[in-house]
Write a protein of this length. Structure first.
Length: 232
């Protein structure tokens, strides 16, 4: 898609990562390495939850950067660099999901990353917000992380992507809409339904102590029905 000179100039002036990517377009390897350093850990964290398997996160992140490098010559700054990058990341995650099959087993949570007594992560906070039940904050770190990851994996693909972009990357509704190719209204609807579905998943766990099925079983997780409205 063609980008007007005024739009390209606006993003070039306002976004330092766009300026780095323009250097990459001119085959500046150091600029590409700097972009990798800036975004690698963020992409891995996103892919751990967005992809079909947690242990695929590193490979999917490498695929994202490979696509960025391959697309360098055709790059035009029509949006923030992060918006463009996360759009590629979403495509990579969806391709990986299709390749592996729609229903995937949830890998075990690395408890070393969420030690007992640690502060809630952004994703754990949204689970607490969705459930409205403070005991979520009082669970042991590994148990809390396992429960939250399982619940998020049971969301529909688009709900999960919108939620992760909102809570991990702090993107606005408009930015998420750009990444996902949706309207702002559709993004608001996705996030609203994601919160409702998380509450539905988490309430039995809080009330009865029963772990979401995908966290406690080796079988593939039950995924809630995907959204039915057109991506307006």
């Amino acid at each position: 898609m063609s980008v007007s000179p005024s739009t390209a100039m606006r993003y070039q002036q306002s976004d330092p990562d766009v300026r780095l990517m323009l250097r990459v377009r001119d085959d500046d390897v150091e600029a590409f390495e700097e972009l990798v350093q800036r975004y690698q850990s963020r992409l891995i964290r996103l892919m751990e939850h967005l992809g079909p398997k947690r242990d695929w996160a590193d490979d999917m992140t490498q695929e994202v950067f490979l696509r960025v490098f391959r697309a360098r010559k055709s790059y035009q700054p029509g949006a923030k660099f992060s918006t463009w990058l996360f759009t590629i990341a979403g495509n990579v995650a969806r391709n990986a999901t299709r390749t592996s099959g729609r229903r995937q087993e949830v890998s075990e949570v690395d408890t070393a990353r969420t030690p007992s007594g640690s502060q809630p992560t952004a994703l754990e906070n949204v689970a607490t917000d969705a459930s409205g039940l403070m005991p979520v904050r009082l669970l042991e770190g590994s148990e809390r992380a396992e429960m939250v990851r399982a619940a998020v994996q049971m969301l529909g693909e688009r709900q999960r992507e919108a939620l992760l972009l909102s809570k991990f990357e702090n993107l606005s509704y408009a930015e998420i809409a750009d990444v996902m190719g949706l309207s702002t209204k559709a993004v608001k609807s996705l996030l609203s339904r994601a919160r409702v579905n998380l509450k539905e998943i988490l309430t039995p766990y809080i009330d009865q102590g029963s772990t979401p099925s995908s966290a406690s079983e080796d079988a593939n997780p039950k995924t809630l029905p995907e959204d039915t409205e057109p991506p307006a």
